[in-house]
Write a protein that binds this ligand. Structure first.
Ligand SMILES: Nc1nc2c(ncn2[C@@H]2O[C@H](COP(=O)(O)OP(=O)(O)OP(=O)(O)O)[C@@H](O)[C@H]2O)c(=O)[nH]1
Ligand SMILES: [Mg+2]
Length: 310
């Protein structure tokens, strides 16, 4: 597994080619829907890693294997520091059913979103469940929402935080809210404010109302409910067709971002813009990875050619 992931990070042409073939195969041939891809976001220190650790333990007890992609766009910290607790990482390392991939820096080849999309594609082929943890700061959060099927927002007790969340628009993306540290006295107040804030915002798309849960990752309480709600959400979007739509949007966003970052929207427009990307991905057997390669070549040819006479 590390070999396959390292391949994705390798900039050498032959390795690029091999990685592309692998990703192309996985995206087009892996059975739908495969494992749930669950995003965990929230402010720094809310307890995302601790909660994830509790969730992983619960899943392991039932024999499910778990992969974690820990995304930290703001730092170069190592995986150990990212996950907070060395002992936790050590126990995970001893367990072949748990795999942790830390992504602290943008790869040379592209953005964090690129690397995350590729890593999740590989890990979903191997593990029963894939988690993506990221600190909820603007861009990274939206990126995670794009690769994940379900997004859990981990908040912590604190007066005034909910108003800030609303202002920042973070209440719009998540499917499940968890007020962690429910061992603290102000937790239920925060949960109530959050529920009120949510009731004031637009009703969720597709008939899903995001639940607000209380949990203490430290005390191990409320973890089962978090797991149950995530599972309920996954089933809900699977049955409604939203899961398929989300995965498709994730692939579209990946292609559009990869091309826009390299060539600008001007470059993307040379091959028909975002609509053309969506159209091409609908064609059977076309993976997002292969499409990035193909459209890159076309854009480069178009940019190299003299402008067509008007
Ligand atoms: N009281 C209490 N503290 C908790 C709980 N869960 C986590 N913490 C503590 O909160 C701190 C931050 O926990 P992390 O799990 O590292 O939080 P995080 O959201 O992953 O942090 P970043 O990855 O740095 O954004 C640690 O000191 C944890 O021990 C909880 O349920 N109750
Ligand atoms: Mg963390």
């Amino acid at each position: 597994m590390p070999e396959a992931l390292n391949l994705v990070d390798d900039a050498r042409p032959a390795q690029r080619e091999a990685a592309l073939e692998l990703l192309d195969f996985l995206e087009t041939q892996a059975p739908f829907p495969g494992p749930a891809r669950i995003g965990l976001t929230g402010p720094p220190g809310a307890g995302k890693s601790t909660l994830l650790d509790a969730l992983v333990r619960a899943l392991r007890q039932r024999g499910r294997s778990v992969a974690i992609v820990a995304v930290d766009p703001s730092s170069q910290r190592s995986g150990g520091a990212l996950l907070g607790d060395r002992a936790r990482v050590r126990s995970a390392r001893a367990d072949p059913g748990v795999f942790i991939r830390s992504m602290a820096a943008r790869s040379r080849l592209g953005g964090l979103a690129d690397a995350t999309h590729a890593s999740v594609t590989i890990l979903a082929a191997v593990f029963d469940c894939v988690f993506i943890e990221t600190v909820g700061v603007g861009q990274s959060e939206a990126e995670v929402a794009r690769v994940a099927d379900s997004v859990a927002y981990v908040a912590q007790p604190g007066a005034g935080d909910v108003l800030q969340y609303m202002k920042a628009g973070v209440l719009e993306l998540p499917d499940v809210f968890v007020v962690n540290k429910s061992d603290r006295p102000d937790a239920s107040q925060t949960a109530a404010e959050l529920a009120t804030g949510l009731s004031l915002s637009e009703p969720g798309a597709g008939g899903w109302t995001p639940p607000v849960l209380l949990a203490s990752a430290r005390a191990g309480t409320g973890i089962d409910a978090v797991e149950a709600e995530l599972e309920r959400h996954y089933r809900h979007i699977l049955e409604s067709g939203e899961l398929d739509a989300r995965r498709r949007r994730a692939r579209e966003a990946f292609v559009i971002e990869a091309l826009t970052r390299r060539y600008g929207s001007f470059g993307l427009d040379r091959v028909g813009g975002p609509d053309a990307v969506a159209e091409r991905l609908r064609e059977a057997g076309q993976s997002s990875f292969a499409l990035v390669g193909e459209l890159s070549r076309r854009i480069e040819r178009a940019l190299a050619a003299p402008a067509a006479p008007r």
